[in-house]
Design a binder for this molecule. Structure first.
Ligand SMILES: Cc1ncc(COP(=O)(O)O)c(C=O)c1O
Length: 502
């Protein structure tokens, strides 16, 4: 087995892994690359990175480790599709690496939601104005805590609806096509809901996706879209683009987009620039206001842990607070002071709060409060520091055991490893260009690998055609979780191998 040193040869601040994947050559600032940090600790502690003791020591030193206790962490015995013969005991925890899809439930949430139910049972309609979260303003009470998570001022955020609904509401305002400027630029592999939303908006305005939907793709043979290619596309086509709508973090690959550069380039060409932050909020640091982004939207059930279908959010830069943008309206965008005059004279709240259509759900607000209170106990900067280490640790272990053999190499060792299971990580290697998630392709059929992992109590998600998304969240995942994941993966591969041999 190769040593840690041979796996990561340090070279003047550069770190390279064996196999195809060069692990990020560029710590974008002067801080140590997370892999270098891990290797230094390994030397200092005289402990291999592959050793479970190393993972446990990292957890013992992790200043955020206590946050895990604020969440309900699923046990294997409660999960569907578990093979109980693979469990060590009834109390064994799962390996939950799926917070990028649905965040775990904070322990305080049940009580917070129940308090609203009790209030309803006792007060009925008076609940709108009374209690700790009066329903008629329950969304507004949460904006102060939400806004910093996207780097916004409080007058730039509203909480309402679901993500796709909000995306439509924002495009009603920001997509004003003309014959000269009618295109919407999205990525080729946008989340389907984003794609459908944009297509339908184009049709709704009398244009056709064939001529108005502009897709940007990675270069041939590459997985991620280079920033330089996005900027070039904007340069070339910007005069005909009405709106640029890209993700903050790409859902399939985990790539972080350079939101500041894209915004600057798009606006220089006269385009509105917006971002879908579904996979970015609670995952990476965001500066919507300072980056001068025009608009953004996000859901709160992934990294934000507000529960499935939780209250979503919008950002509209403050320079539009009093702009007369076209919009859909409802009674909840009306100022509270005059809302109940019922005189059909719209007295709209300026800014994003004026986009609210319907009265908010006190139950969803309480669930989001549960999550925001946990976020209040730390900061995205702290979470991000841990996240970079956690994901680099996962990357290192995956490559240690399963790096793809070098193309064209014909050493005996490589010949042997060619017959072994291998993985390809398609997420960018630079820690600044990715969040928590690694998207992984396997040399073995993905359905079989996924089934084996699921049966052994590893929770992650599979995205067609052939990717498993593995997301250790710094909020509640430990280094030991990552180590356990790798052990489960090793065992899954062994079982698959022995099934294939029989
Ligand atoms: C990137 C992205 N956009 C949009 C959506 C759709 O979200 P919703 O169902 O909350 O509208 C999702 C859901 O996972 C997503 O990941």
């Amino acid at each position: 087995m190769a040593t840690e040193e041979s796996l990561c040869q340090q070279n003047g601040g550069q770190v390279k892994n064996v196999g195809h994947r060069e692990v990020s050559p560029k710590p974008s600032n002067d801080r140590l690359h997370p892999i270098q940090t891990l290797l230094e600790k390994s030397r200092e502690w005289h402990c291999q990175l592959t050793d479970v003791a190393f993972a446990k020591r990292l957890d013992a030193e992790d200043p955020l480790h206590h946050l895990r206790n604020l969440f309900h962490y699923p046990k294997k015995c409660d999960l569907p599709d578990i093979d109980r013969s693979l469990m060590s005991d009834d109390d064994e925890e799962s390996v939950y690496l799926c917070g990028n899809s649905l965040g775990l439930m904070p322990k305080s949430t049940a009580d917070l939601v129940n308090r609203e139910l009790v209030k309803w049972s006792k007060l009925g309609v008076y609940g709108h104005k009374h209690g700790e979260l009066p329903w008629q303003q329950c969304d507004e009470f949460l904006v102060d805590q939400m806004a910093p998570l996207v780097g916004a001022q409080t007058n730039e955020v509203a909480l309402m609806n679901g993500l796709t609904v909000n995306e439509h509401l924002l495009l009603i305002s920001f997509y004003q096509p003309t014959n000269e400027r009618h295109k919407i630029l999205i990525e080729d592999h946008a989340f389907p809901s984003d794609h459908y939303c944009v297509e339908s908006q184009i049709r709704l305005r009398g244009f056709h996706p064939a001529t108005s939907l502009l897709l940007i793709t990675p270069r041939q043979g590459e997985e991620n879209i280079r920033t330089e290619d996005i900027l070039q596309k904007i340069e070339e086509e910007g005069n005909s683009i009405a709106v640029i709508l890209l993700p903050g973090v790409q859902y399939f690959t985990g790539q972080v987009f350079d939101m500041a550069a894209i915004t600057k380039a798009g606006q220089a060409k006269g385009c509105f620039v917006g971002f879908d932050l579904a996979h970015a909020v609670g995952n990476i640091e965001l500066f919507m206001h300072d980056w001068n982004v025009d608009f953004a939207c996000w859901c709160s059930y992934k990294y934000m842990s507000s529960g499935a279908g939780g209250m979503a959010g919008i950002f509209i830069h403050e320079r539009y607070t009093h702009a007369d943008l076209p919009k859909l309206t409802g009674w909840w965008g009306h100022r509270l002071e005059t809302r109940f005059h019922m005189d059909n004279k719209l007295d709209l709240v300026p800014g994003p709060l004026g986009y609210r259509l319907s009265n908010p759900s006190g139950l969803l607000a309480a669930a989001l409060k549960g999550s925001l209170e946990v976020f209040d106990k730390t900061s995205v900067a702290e979470l991000r520091n841990k996240s970079k280490l956690l994901t680099a640790y996962l990357e290192h272990l995956l490559l240690h055991y399963y790096a793809e053999p070098e193309v064209g190499s014909s050493s005996a060792a490589d010949e042997r490893s060619r017959t072994k299971a291998s993985v390809k990580i398609i997420t960018p290697t630079d820690p600044d260009e990715r969040g928590c998630q690694l998207s992984v392709r396997f040399s073995l059929p993905i359905a079989q690998v996924f089934k084996e992992l699921t049966q052994s109590g590893v929770v992650l998600d599979r995205r067609e055609p052939n990717v498993l998304r593995v997301a250790p969240l710094p909020m509640y995942n430990s280094f030991e979780d990552v180590h356990r994941f790798i052990s489960h993966l090793n065992n899954a591969f062994k079982r698959l191998q022995s099934k294939a041999d029989n």
